[in-house]
Each structure stands twice: as structure tokens, then as C-alpha cells.
Design a protein around this ligand. Structure first.
Ligand SMILES: *Cc1c(COP(=O)(O)O)cnc(C)c1O
Length: 392
């Protein structure tokens, strides 16, 4: 596969050249450890002078194939797979932060990413400020002399808030800090943060990359190879390595990433338009609609608006409950990025841990519904929402 291949070619082939057996699909190397050909090579592997495998917590051929594939998709030099998305977040924090150091993060980021910094790392003397990173002034004001990391999630749910990644990368670099981006909601198919100036990108591969709601996993991608070595070392010390079988499933999922996202995104666009014109809907949050506050910015930095949207019912909590209990095709469940359409209620589910005032400030009203659109037939999805809205 050529370096400059297009994204669909990379999804199918990057990191996945047939091995000595000729196997077309990367095998699951279900082994914990690897024999050294002799004492000298064993020593060279530990000294980092020989790239051969040592032990699966450090690396493994199935994991390496996945890492090379995702690094190619995101234009990084290095990727490190982790046991979960939170494993990826933990690895990034513990690599870059320490006692007396400070990070600035997106207030509406994935909840546990914020709790990990504010509650757990705080015990070890790490300082954190979470602000609305879509407002550059708030980011600039939050910077302190000891800020080492800006941690942005874009788009972040449920309001699908978009942060200007190139502008925040500039701010970070002028300040001597690094920018890490949680790219889970966009997927590498729609957004490549390293191309926009970020130093690290990370994913919960449990979502779009795997795409079939049957794996928990994560990955961190870096531009700088030396930073990649540090990330791998932290991952191995934490022991949050991915399992070879997980990696095999994710590699299979990635082969159809582009096809899945294109189709789900077309469904999402049509559903967003349907909802925007529905009399029982007060507001739709979808970056593909011109009514979205960061519509132009999303168009500039993303290759498409993605597959997740939220909408607010005029009838509040009562209406939200009615709708959730009336859908038949959409499944009532948290998570996103799978082939099936998923629906949930942020105020009482994914964002229930936020204090009510903070929830309302972030646009998470009691009537808000999040929809992660899948690849089913559009007519069936529209018919399902239509009948469910009739019960509201
Ligand atoms: C799901 C998710 C995570 C955490 O990933 P897990 O695989 O569940 O550990 C992190 N960030 C975002 C944006 C997510 O959606």
C-alpha cells in the first residue's frame, strides 16, 4: 500500500500486509510472550535496538497491525492501542501531567474524562480547569504558567459543540503546552486532529472505529515518535493494553468505517431536517444544520457533520419519557457509533452526574434526547420517530 493512498484503501490495507503464511486477514496472535532467537537479540529488544516483540502487554503483532492502520488514517507517526477509551485518556493524562502541573479541558467532554482529572489526579497535585473550549477567550484565560496540556473533545455532546482545533493548537504551542483531542465523535474518517495542529489524538474505539457495539477499546495517536514511545511506556506501566482478540475485531470493523459513516451520516442529516420541521421539537443540535452555531467551523475542519445529533422536545421531561418508551426501532441505550440507531436521555442518563445548573448551562434540558444514528433504512427510522412523536 502506498503512503499517499486514500482513506478507503488505508482502512482495508494499512498495517495489514499478508504475513509469512500469506494470511489475508491479520491473525489473532493469542500469545502472552515471544521467544527470542538468541541471547543477543533478546538483550537488543530490551535495549530498544531490535524492534521484535517481547511481551503482549508491551506489543503484539495483531495490536501492531491495528496501531499502524489507525496511525495511517490519522496521519500520525505512532499509535498505541489501549484496553478502553478511558485507558487512552488515563495514558495521555499520566504521560503529560504531574504534581504542580495544570490542564485545561472541554467542560462538556465525556464525563469520566473530567472526573478522572478533577477527582483522581487532583489527589496527586494535578490542577485542572474545564471551560467552554469553543470560546477561545475562555481557553486563553484559563491558561496558567504551569499549564502543560489542553484537552479538547470536538464535537462534544449533547449540544454537538465544536472547538476550533487549529486555533487552540496555536494557543497551546505559544504557551509551551500540548494539545490532545478526543476524536471519538468524528472518527478518523471525518476529522484528523494531527493535521490541524494537535499533538495527540485519541479514541474510544468502542464507538465508530469498531462500529458494531461488541468491543471496548481505545487508541492514542501521536505525531512525534518520541512522544509515542512515552505513551506506550505509560500504557504498559498502567497495564491497560488491548487484547489481541479485541484488536482483530476492531481491524475488521475499520474496513467498513467509511461506508458506515457515509450511510449513517446521510440518515442523520435527513432525520435532523425532519426533526427541525416537527411541531413538537423545539430545537435540533446537529453540526450539519446551518442553524448550528459552529456550522461554518465544522465545515472547515471536518469532512462531514457525523452521525450523532440531539433534539429538544417542547414537552420537557414528560415528553422525553413518552418518546423513549414509544420508539420501536431505535434502541434505548447509551453509547454511539454502532450500525444500529441508539437513543438516550442525557439529563437522566449520560449527563445525570452534572449539577442541574451546569447541565442547563450546557443546554442539557429535561426534554433533550440524543440520537446516535445507524445504517438502517431511512424510511424505517423516520417512520419510527414519527409514530413515537405522535405519542408525545
Ligand atoms: C465512550 C467514550 C469514551 C470512553 O471510552 P470507553 O471505551 O467506554 O472507555 C471517551 N470519550 C468519548 C467521547 C466517548 O464517547
Amino acid at each position: 500500500m502506498a503512503q499517499q493512498s486514500g482513506p478507503y484503501t488505508k482502512m482495508v490495507h494499512a498495517g495489514q500486509e499478508p504475513d509469512w503464511t500469506g494470511a489475508v486477514t491479520v491473525p489473532i496472535y493469542q500469545t502472552s510472550t515471544f521467544a527470542f532467537p538468541n541471547a543477543e537479540i533478546g538483550a537488543a529488544r530490551f535495549a530498544g535496538q531490535d524492534q521484535g516483540f517481547i511481551y503482549t502487554r508491551l506489543n503484539n503483532p495483531t495490536l501492531q497491525a491495528l496501531e499502524e492502520c489507525v496511525a495511517a488514517l490519522e496521519h500520525g507517526s505512532c499509535a498505541v492501542a489501549t484496553a478502553s477509551g478511558m485507558g487512552a485518556v488515563s495514558t495521555v493524562y499520566l504521560t503529560l501531567l504531574g504534581q504542580g502541573l495544570h490542564m485545561v479541558g472541554t467542560a462538556s467532554c465525556y464525563g469520566p474524562s473530567r472526573v478522572l482529572a478533577e477527582k483522581y489526579l487532583a489527589r496527586f497535585g494535578v490542577e485542572a480547569s474545564f471551560v467552554d473550549t469553543s470560546d477561545l477567550d475562555q481557553v486563553a484565560r484559563a491558561l496558567r504558567p504551569n499549564t502543560r496540556l489542553i484537552y479538547v473533545e470536538s464535537p462534544s455532546n449533547p449540544a454537538m459543540t465544536v472547538t476550533d482545533l487549529a486555533a487552540v493548537a496555536d494557543l497551546a504551542h505559544h504557551h509551551g503546552a500540548l494539545l490532545a483531542v478526543d476524536n471519538t465523535f468524528a472518527s478518523p474518517y471525518l476529522q484528523q486532529p494531527l493535521n490541524l495542529g494537535a499533538d495527540l489524538s485519541l479514541h474510544s474505539v468502542s464507538k465508530f472505529l469498531n462500529g458494531h457495539a461488541d468491543v471496548i477499546g481505545g487508541i492514542v495517536i501521536t505525531r512525534d515518535p518520541a512522544l509515542g514511545v512515552q505513551i506506550r511506556s505509560t500504557m504498559a506501566m498502567l497495564g491497560c493494553n488491548m487484547d489481541p482478540h479485541q484488536a482483530f475485531l476492531v481491524l475488521r470493523g475499520i474496513k467498513t468505517l467509511g461506508l458506515r459513516v457515509e450511510r449513517a451520516q446521510a440518515n442523520a442529516m435527513a432525520i435532523a431536517q425532519f426533526l427541525e420541521n416537527h411541531p413538537k421539537v423545539a430545537r435540533v443540535f446537529y453540526v450539519g444544520l446551518p442553524s448550528h452555531p459552529q456550522y461554518q467551523l465544522a465545515k472547515k475542519q471536518m469532512a462531514g457533520p457525523g452521525c450523532v445529533l440531539s433534539f429538544e422536545l417542547k414537552g420537557g421531561l414528560e415528553a422525553a419519557r413518552k418518546l423513549l418508551n414509544s420508539v420501536r426501532l431505535a434502541t434505548l441505550v447509551v453509547s454511539l457509533g454502532g450500525v444500529e440507531t441508539l437513543i438516550e436521555h442525557p439529563a437522566t442518563m449520560t449527563h445525570a452526574s452534572l449539577p442541574r445548573e451546569e447541565r442547563l448551562a450546557a443546554g442539557i434540558t429535561d426534554g433533550l434526547i440524543r440520537l446516535a444514528v445507524g445504517i438502517e433504512d431511512l424510511e424505517d427510522l423516520l417512520a419510527d420517530l414519527d409514530q413515537a412523536l405522535a405519542h408525545v
